[in-house]
Design a protein around this ligand. Structure first.
Ligand code: AMP
Length: 933
């Protein structure tokens, strides 16, 4: 009986032979939830044998294919075959709009885009004719008008949804759930007038403020650079919408990153910076207390913003001119705030990064940041990525020269993020997209892009003459009404406002600017941000801190971090390292580097501090020394002994990072500038690779406090040392860091013993001063038999900026003093001992900056009679510390003494590639330093 009814359905259905994939999708939806498909489909599917056990395992697509064949064979159709064919075509037309409607959308406010017509969007392409327009067709999963619609109505609806002022790109997403969610939210809703009059007036207020500020600044400070927003004015109402929506979702903080364009507008009209303060800056006034400062359009700002869902703290990140690099900084800052609030899904803190169209397509750090977006160590529950797409790059006059992709946002597809292109002259569409993007972010915890397609009314800056390079565009722009004007006219025409009210709005805003006070009605004094920086402000290098942990306590902790559950089977080499650590914990063996470093973390955790360490291979350590994350050889589960230090310990996170330097280091900079407590470390695989993040080092780490007053306690561990591994894996480019040192901006350390690394990490955390710590960390010293320390040195010592002679030499016999830093010390010491020399003292400078002049002079006191001082380094003469730190060495030695150089000759490459040559050079520099020629 069942077979009979099935056959009847097969023979009668006009879907036979058609769109099996579509049928499959419908059927899957039906199986999940029968009510998700129409009653008609429910009736059909309830008759299918797929319901019954005997064919339950038949893949449904095969079933439909078989059914189609069967039906074709029998040819006993009871419906018009032409109509059934057309039905399929209609479904294809719907699909074509979902896939490619954005290519037919009206997105360019200037109407200058020349886009190839998309044949699939034309009903004729699908064989649909004028006569079909009045016929009723099933609309499948199209979320409008029930199950069926007249074709004419359907096309009208499709055009409004997919080819209006919003171009939605989402069909590249593989998740059916996300696609369906987006379809439900977009279809039939886009282009429909749903906003309240109050909302419309609010949007106009945003446009009015955006335009009003620029005009005011243009009149008051003609020719001054302000990187006007004009043309992209919709950014201001859009931001307001994003903040409101995030407040509805329960956000407590929003961190925003953006480049120059429109930044002054954002500062005044969203963050609530007083226009009077901005005018003062235009007039050249500045706060002497704030370092060397920065230009207006790099300044950050913080405030609270009232939304119906609660106040949201806004933080606009300070940024340099290097486009896009601020995005990973923002993401890192968000992650720190999430961690502080115990928020793991990102619901409490939202990142909004604002990009230019050329930069988002051109800068590699965008890809790096996107690649981090769903990883354990770096995810923040999705970011709103907003492109202010003014269709002109500063670096090219022809947009076709700026990228190789159709849209500047095509990189979004690498993380399957939806992209909403929107015509910035339609602020209601812009508001809709803002809400949709924020809702998507909260629903799926993933990145989403908004491409705000606008134009730039003036040149790149106000001194620029853009028609020199974009003549046609600027002819058009000159005649094009402003976004405020267009929308005000619309509101007047639709009787939402009277023309006088529009004029009044303009005048009121101008009066507010004249008064100089905050113009943002939602502005509130800051109360929602989650950290107090007060305890970290204003400290100098000599601020006191207490580093002491008793031996007994250390031994207990050493035992705790050496203990692994029996069920956790270690790889044999790792097991040996842990057996050694047990012996070190019991005091039977001196501590090696890995043990002392791990103990530093353990002590900090025990004291309640937070530790975060990320980098390439950081869990085990590039050189196999750390093994803080242990991998079970039986089932690949991971165990972190440092998570089991004490019941009320601080949190520790150690992540192997994505293979990035720029975004990864920028992220950690962002994290450490938002979180002053605890220890944040970024580790390079080899120190050389840090130059992949040179922008972060130059623009943020070394100068952020000076330019912006932003403190940052980030620690960089950069493996460095000349062991014959060739030009790439020897140098962390010490010279570059030293060259950036001034104004006590950061510390550059080269620790040589386990006790030193222990104290250095603890000092960085416990001392309340927050400044970057750059460490030339060792490679061969990790296993060097002489680079060991006793537990007492940890308990009773402190970080020594300089370490004087350790052998029992008679100072009066010393006629030569060698200064050095890092691993070369042990080469010098070994050779001197081998040669049984007692006339050469060796002094290690463990902190090259700030230079420890006082400690140095104490250590040199016994050598005031010496006239030969030598700086010995492994790096070539043009590298290392010689040129950057020499003046400190000269200042430290007695007046009549001489200072000479022992090291490699100047070289273009950091190191030689041949081991034999390396060995010859190394021997020569040691002999030169000890005067053994
Ligand atoms: P934010 O949460 O970033 O908006 O910052 C809130 C307030 O904390 C700022 O206005 C500053 O006073 C202070 N603050 C934030 N970050 C830092 C930092 N890295 N260094 C010094 N003060 C900071």
């Amino acid at each position: 009986m069942r077979q009979d009814s099935l056959k009847a359905w097969q023979q009668s259905t006009h879907f036979a032979g058609a769109n099996a994939a579509y049928m499959e999708e419908l059927y899957e939806a039906y199986l999940e939830d029968p009510s998700s498909v129409s009653e008609e489909w429910q009736a059909i599917f309830s008759e299918l044998p797929g319901q019954r056990d005997e064919v339950a395992h038949t893949p449904i697509r095969e079933y439909f294919r078989a059914a189609a064949l069967d039906s074709n064979r029998s040819k006993k159709t009871t419906v018009d075959p032409e109509l059934s064919e057309k039905q399929v075509r209609v479904l294809q037309l719907i699909n074509a709009h979902r896939f490619r409607g954005h290519q037919g959308a009206d997105l360019d406010p200037l109407g200058l885009w020349k886009r190839e017509p998309v044949p699939e969007l034309d009903p004729a392409f699908h064989g649909l004719t004028v006569e079909d327009m009045s016929r009723q067709f099933n609309t499948g999963s199209y979320a409008v008008g029930g199950d069926s619609m007249k074709l004419g109505q359907l096309i009208d609806s499709l055009k409004r949804t997919y080819c209006g002022h919003i171009g939605a790109e989402y069909m590249h997403i593989t998740s059916t759930e996300e696609k369906r969610w987006l379809q439900q939210r977009i279809e039939g809703v886009v282009g429909v007038d749903k906003l309240s009059a109050e909302k419309k007036v609010q949007i106009l207020e945003g446009l009015n403020a955006a335009e009003g500020l620029e005009k005011y600044l243009g009149a008051k400070f003609p020719g001054a650079k302000r990187f006007s927003l004009e043309g992209g004015d919709a950014l201001i109402p859009m931001m307001r919408e994003l903040i409101y929506r995030s407040g509805d979702h329960g956000a407590k903080e929003m961190v925003i990153g953006m480049a120059h364009r429109g930044r002054l507008n954002m500062l005044v009209n969203i963050l609530g910076k007083k226009p009077g303060d901005l005018f003062d800056e235009f007039a050249g006034k500045h706060d002497e207390a704030l370092g060397s400062g920065d230009v207006k359009y790099h300044q950050g700002f913080s405030s609270d913003f009232a939304t119906p869902g609660g106040n949201v703290h806004l933080a606009l990140a300070f940024n340099p001119s290097h486009l896009e690099i601020v995005s990973p900084v923002v993401i890192g800052s968000v992650r720190a705030r999430m961690d502080r609030r115990g928020c793991t899904n990102g619901n409490k803190v939202v990142p909004v990064t604002i990009h230019g169209d050329s930069a988002i397509a051109g800068q590699g750090v965008v890809q790096e940041t996107l690649n981090m977006s769903q990883t354990r160590g770096f995810s923040v529950g999705g970011a709103i990525r907003l492109v202010v797409n003014n269709q002109v790059g500063f670096t090219t006059s022809n947009p076709a020269d700026t990228r190789s992709t159709e849209y500047c946002t095509d990189i979004a597809k690498m993380v399957q993020a939806p992209v909403f292109h929107v015509n910035a002259d339609d602020p209601e569409a812009v508001a809709f997209v803002a809400q949709l993007a924020m809702d998507y972010r909260y629903e799926f915890g993933r990145d989403v892009f908004i491409d705000l397609i606008c134009y730039r009314r003036h040149g790149h800056n106000e001194a620029d003459t853009p028609d020199a390079t974009q003549p046609l565009m600027y002819q058009k722009i000159k005649k094009h009404p402003t976004p405020r004007r267009l929308y005000a006219d619309k509101l007047v025409a639709t009787k939402v406002l009277e023309a006088e009210q529009v004029t009044e709005q303009i005048n009121t805003y101008r009066d507010q600017l004249d008064a100089g006070d905050c113009v943002v009605p939602e502005w509130r004094t800051m109360a929602e941000h989650s950290v107090d920086w007060e305890p970290y402000l204003g400290h100098q290098w000599d601020v006191a801190w207490d580093d002491k942990i008793e031996v007994a306590q250390l031994s207990k902790l050493a035992a705790a971090i050496s203990e692994i559950p029996e069920s956790h089977k270690l790889q044999s080499r790792v097991a040996k390292i842990y057996r050694d650590r047990e012996t070190m914990a019991s005091g039977d063996k001196p501590l090696d580097w890995g043990m002392a470093e791990t103990l530093a973390y353990a002590t900090l955790l025990k004291q309640g501090y937070r530790v975060r360490l990320t980098g390439q291979d950081s869990g085990r350590g590039t050189f196999f020394h750390r093994h803080a994350v242990l991998h079970n050889q039986d089932n690949a589960t991971a165990y972190m002994p440092l998570r089991h230090v004490a019941d009320d310990q601080g949190p520790i996170e150690i992540f192997d990072s994505v293979l990035s330097e720029a975004a990864a280091m920028a992220f950690e900079y962002g994290y450490a500038t938002a979180e002053p407590s605890g220890l944040t470390i970024w580790e390079a695989q080899f120190g050389d690779f840090a130059n992949g993040a040179q922008v972060v080092i130059d623009q943020f780490l070394s100068s952020g406090e000076q330019k912006w007053g932003r403190l940052c306690g980030l620690t960089l561990l950069l493996p460095h040392g000349y062991e014959g591994q060739g030009p790439e894996h020897s140098s962390a480019r010490l010279e570059r860091f030293l060259q950036l040192c001034a104004n006590y901006n950061m510390q550059v350390c080269v620790p040589t013993t386990p006790a030193q690394v222990y104290h250095m990490l603890r000092r960085q955390t416990i001392r309340p001063m927050r400044r970057p710590l750059v460490v030339m960390s060792p490679k061969s010293l990790l296993r060097h038999p002489m680079a060991v320390s006793s537990i007492e040195e940890l308990a009773n010592g402190t970080f020594q900026n300089v370490i004087g002679e350790i052998d029992d030499l008679d100072p009066s016999k010393v006629d030569r003093v060698v200064f050095c830093s890092g691993k070369v010390y042990f080469d010098l010491l070994e050779r001197r001992r081998k040669e049984e020399m007692d006339n050469v003292a060796i002094v290690r400078i463990e902190q090259l900056y700030p230079f420890p002049a006082e400690e140095m002079s104490k250590i040199l006191e016994p050598y005031q009679h010496v006239t030969e001082f030598v700086w010995c380094q492994e790096e070539p003469q043009n590298q290392g510390a010689w040129y950057c730190s020499q003046h400190h060495f000269w200042a430290a030695i007695p007046k009549r003494a001489q200072l000479s150089y022992a090291g490699r000759s100047a070289s273009a490459a950091p190191a030689v590639g041949y081991v034999s040559l390396h060995n010859t050079q190394q021997q020569a520099l040691i002999e030169s330093a000890l005067n053994l020629y």
